[in-house]
Each structure stands twice: as C-alpha cells, then as structure tokens.
Design a protein around this ligand. Structure first.
Ligand SMILES: [Zn+2]
Length: 311
C-alpha cells in the first residue's frame, strides 16, 4: 500500500504536459547534451546529484526542450530559485560560464574512479562488482554503478522512504525526482550524504579511488523492511506488528553477485527457519524472503546472526 501509488504518481508527473503539449520527459539525446554542457554537475554549486531545469523560458512556458536553455541544477539551488533567492539570470550566466570555461571542473574530477569494477562495502560486508546493491520486491532500491559518459562520478540510483516506509525521494541515474523540501543531498569532498529534512541520514558514502565505495551509514525503510548499516555491520530487518527481526551480516564478502541484498516483503514470517547457502544462489534466510549475494560467483561468510526486538 505504500510504494506503488507514489511510483505511479512520479510516472504521472513525468508524463505531464504543459499547455503547449510539451512533455516533462526530456529525450535522452537532449538530456545527455545538457549533462555534457553542464559538465555533469549543478551549474551553480557543482553538486553531482541534480535535476533538469528549464531556465528561460521555464517549463510551463517552453515549447521545446532546448539544450541551451536547460541546465543541471541540484535540489538546493533549485529551491533557491523557487524562493527567488537566486535569479534565473544568475543561473543562465553560470550555465554560460560552465559551458565556455575550460577551468570548470567536473564534480570529482580529481577522482579516478574509471574502473568498471567497483567494490562497495557496507560496513564489514563487502560486495565486489555488485551494482544492484539492494532490491525489494523486484525493484532496485540502491545501485551504484561505474561512471559513464566521461563523468568521474559514479551513477547512483536509489529509492528513499520516510519512517512509515513511504517513498519520498527517488534518484534515478543521479537525477533527483520527488519533493525537494523533504531531503538534503550534500557532496563534500569525496563524501556524499543524503539526509531527511529533520536530519536522519538515509545514506552516506565515501568514494575512494580508484575502485572503492564505502557506505558509512544507511538507514532505509520500505513497507515492513528496514535496512541499517553502521560501524557494527549491515542489518536487514523485517517488522511485524511491534516486533522486529534483524539479520546481522558481519564479516561477509561476495563477488559478482546479481543482487547484494534481496527482500520479498510479502513473506509474513520474519524469523528464519534456517540458513541455506547455495553456489550461485547466495545465502537464503529461509521463510523470511531475505536473500543475500544472489547469484554470487564467490562468497565468504563468517558471521551472520539473528536477533529480535520488541518495541
Ligand atoms: Zn547546486
């Protein structure tokens, strides 16, 4: 009851047309042109997670998607434009400067994250060459893939929910969709933080060239699922009523998995009947709908434990 209505609304937004019949959807070739012209970051602050902004005319008054008049703008800078703390003229001037200057750096240009084999660690759990990190009910909730198109910033996609498991932010290939006011994304040096407006860190990761991404903190909700990553390890939780069960993944390593953590939230049982490890299939916590390292070619399991918590 939580996810799909929001998803439908997001899609409906994407399909929305303005009074001239222009769709919100920007064709991929034009979007790529805009990313290149904007040098893969917000034209004002260079943040690498952004939206497409029709500068002038605004989307409501545009008759076509003109790459010269659309730029990349992060949520924070977009908000400043909405509140009129930043003028459209300044944005246009910044865009011109970014386009014309050879001095403007790409976000994270100093990084050399050029390798196609990224290793992602979630605390003590390591996922080598695993791009689809978290999947729930067949939907990708978190994926970090190698940079493309000459950008040195990895491609981030994620679905972020509030405390009630309701989707409030979606990032698709570094493009921010959904409410801007509810979330804050900060990119400081090589650290990326995604926080709710009231300060809860949903995701924080550090990029370590040439091939490592360290997820320092994760606190993600969806329906009756709760994922936490902190210094102690990775916790995959399911709730039923006031009762929560967490599977703690401590010392764990896998390579070339199709999915890092896979959850089917329709499973009513939250206490695993047992642990099944199958070559190529990964670790299945039987009866709970939780699987880890699905399709992994290599796996090293040293520490998996279960505990329950009553609110
Ligand atoms: Zn910005």
């Amino acid at each position: 009851m939580f996810g799909p209505p929001q998803a439908a609304e997001t899609n409906a937004n994407a399909m929305k047309k303005n009074r001239y019949g222009l769709s919100r959807y920007i064709p991929e070739d034009i979007a790529l042109e805009v990313r290149r012209r904007s040098k893969f970051g917000c034209v004002v602050c260079r943040c690498a997670v952004y939206q497409y902004e029709h500068i002038d005319p605004s989307f409501a008054h545009a008759t076509k998607h003109d790459p010269e008049k659309i730029c990349l703008l992060c949520g924070g800078c977009h908000d400043k434009v909405t509140r009129r703390r930043l003028s459209k003229e300044s944005v246009q001037a910044k865009y011109l400067q970014v386009m014309q200057s050879n001095e403007i750096r790409r976000p994270f240009e100093e990084l050399d994250l050029a390798t196609q084999n990224i290793s992602v660690s979630m605390s003590t759990a390591k996922f080598e060459h695993t791009q689809n990190l978290i999947q729930i009910n067949g939907r990708k909730f978190l994926s970090i893939t190698p940079p493309t198109e000459g950008s040195s910033f990895p491609t981030l996609s994620g679905i972020f929910c509030d405390h009630n498991g309701q989707e409030t932010l979606r990032i698709t290939n570094n493009v921010w969709e959904g409410a801007i006011n509810a979330w804050d994304i900060q990119v400081v040096s090589t650290q990326v933080s995604i926080r709710t407006a009231n300060g809860r860190t949903a995701l924080e990761f550090l990029i370590e060239p040439p091939d490592k991404i360290k997820i320092k903190e994760l606190n993600m909700y969806f329906e009756n699922c709760h994922l936490i990553c902190n210094k102690d390890g990775l916790l995959v939780g399911r709730a039923r009523g006031k009762r929560r069960t967490y599977i703690g993944v401590g010392n764990f390593e896998c390579g070339h998995a199709k999915i890092g953590v896979d959850i089917d939230s329709s499973f009513k049982n939250i206490m695993p009947r047992g642990l099944k490890i199958t070559g190529g299939e990964g670790v299945s916590l039987e009866g709970t709908g939780i699987r880890i390292a699905v399709g992994a070619g290599m796996m090293y399991v040293n520490d998996i434990n279960v505990w329950t918590h009553q609110e």
